[in-house]
Design a protein around this ligand. Structure first.
Ligand SMILES: *Cc1c(COP(=O)(O)O)cnc(C)c1O
Length: 436
């Protein structure tokens, strides 16, 4: 135990074992005693943050870490983690450099922006942009766009935290250009559009598009801000996915500052990307809050490597895991289900019925909430009193590589969209632990 875990932890485990013996008044039996201590020690030394197998069917699952990194990004992170780097050092001049500089040119090239800056996540990007450009003044937003996204990010609350006044216009389902125009006054700092990421208003609706809103803003010499949320950097339609507005489209339509996430459809690390007109980005960068929200070197390394993949669009689908998983052919997923079915049936025994079923995955992270991707799953059911789905789900989560599925209609569904070859091997290797 000392060799594996060190003296201090081993001693703690033995003391805890002795305490347990005292309270239970059990007989001291050396082999059993040290076996227990060692199990306890193993359990406590398992890391808290672990890789899991995401079989929920939600690809960019916020609770399961959203996008996973391309190998290129992982390598880039490892390279800067364990040694010094030129994070804020200009190798050409030998003087102090800018940490955003490693990514800014790439982002400008991909999106067509004049300038770009980076923060910790998109919530921070919105907060910083509003603080820098609109503190103590009004920002006009449609009532149809006052979103709340998971984890209590509410647009009205962010506005007040940023010290600006939210001026709501229009109604939940319909907002017109004249609504914005009539609200513009002396204290207006900006007009803003927010992507309603996780809901859709259907029926008798009307919104003002980016181009029209930018036109209104510019006629009054005001900036137009757009929070895209996910903001895919490529048009997803050619990949057979629903179209999601891109930052390049927003900028081309006249938006002055556009914010979006790094770990949603972009497929990179958690980050908030702010792109737009140079004069405004400079003001955002100089805001004191920027220092508190800045990115870490590992994130910058991962983001730079991920963005580089976008320079080669022909191979993007293969190299970027988020895009590869979202576009994975149904037949491929189905074949994986057929391969896994016998192993599951064997591990679970006769009380369980294991079937291959059609199902729908979703993109996740509030992207395109109503669109569904055809997929395949293993469906596990128990005959009445044969076993508990909740207990099986808990046992799958307790495996060395935890497996997370979802329970639907009295079946445990394991959507195999996000299970690629390496994950499949891991899953098969640990299935025997479920038996018994
Ligand atoms: C996801 C999202 C955010 C927050 O982004 P994080 O990167 O999760 O902080 C903000 N606005 C919109 C519209 C979003 O969809």
């Amino acid at each position: 135990m000392i060799e594996r875990h060190g003296r201090s932890l081993a001693l703690d485990a033995v003391r805890a074992g002795i305490d347990r013996l005292r309270t239970t008044a059990a007989v001291f039996e050396p082999a059993a005693f040290f076996g227990d201590c060692e199990r306890l020690l193993e359990r406590d030394s398992r890391p808290g943050l672990l890789p899991v197998l995401n079989l929920t069917g939600t690809v960019l699952h916020t609770n399961l870490g959203r996008a996973w990194a391309a190998p290129e990004a992982i390598e880039a992170v490892m390279a800067v983690m364990g040694q010094p780097s030129n994070l804020e050092f200009d190798l050409a001049t030998g003087r102090r450099g800018e940490r955003d500089s490693h990514v800014e040119k790439l982002l400008c090239r991909i999106t067509g922006a004049e300038a770009a800056t980076l923060v910790n996540n998109n919530a921070a990007a919105v907060l910083l942009t509003l603080t820098a450009l609109a503190a103590r003044r009004e920002v006009i937003v449609s009532r149809g766009e006052l979103i709340e996204i998971g984890g209590a990010f509410r647009m009205p609350d962010i506005m007040s935290r940023a010290g600006c006044k939210l001026r709501e216009v229009g109604t939940t389902n319909r907002t017109h250009g004249r609504d914005y125009e009539e609200a513009i006054g002396r204290s207006t700092a900006a007009l803003m559009r927010v992507h309603p990421s996780n809901y859709q208003v259907e029926g008798f609706t009307s919104t003002v598009d980016t181009r029209t809103l930018a036109g209104i803003a510019h006629a009054h010499e005001l900036p137009m801000l757009e929070d895209l949320g996910s903001g895919s950097l490529v048009d997803l339609a050619p990949y057979g996915l629903p179209h999601e507005p891109t930052p390049q489209e927003s900028l081309a339509d006249g938006a002055d500052v556009v914010t979006f996430s790094g770990d949603k459809l972009l497929g990179g690390p958690q980050a908030g990307l702010i792109v737009g007109r140079k004069a405004l980005i400079d003001r955002i960068r100089k805001c004191p809050l920027k220092r508190a929200l800045r990115l870490d070197k590992m994130t910058i390394a991962a983001l730079e490597a991920t963005l580089r993949l976008y320079l080669d669009p022909d191979r993007l689908r293969q190299r970027l895991p988020a895009l590869r998983l979202l576009t994975r052919p149904r037949e491929d997923i189905h074949a994986c289900a057929i391969r896994l079915k016998p192993a599951f049936a064997a591990a679970l025994g006769e009380r369980a019925t294991v079937e291959v079923v059609e199902c729908s995955s979703q993109i996740g992270s509030g992207s395109l909430p109503v669109d569904r991707l055809p997929s395949a799953a293993l469906s596990i059911r128990f005959a009445s009193r044969g076993g508990s789905l909740d207990r099986l789900a808990a046992r799958l989560r307790a495996l060395p590589r935890p497996v997370v599925g979802r329970i639907h209609d009295n079946a445990l569904l394991l959507d195999l969209r996000c299970l690629e070859a390496d994950g499949e091997a891991v899953l098969l290797a640990q299935l025997p632990l479920l038996a018994g």
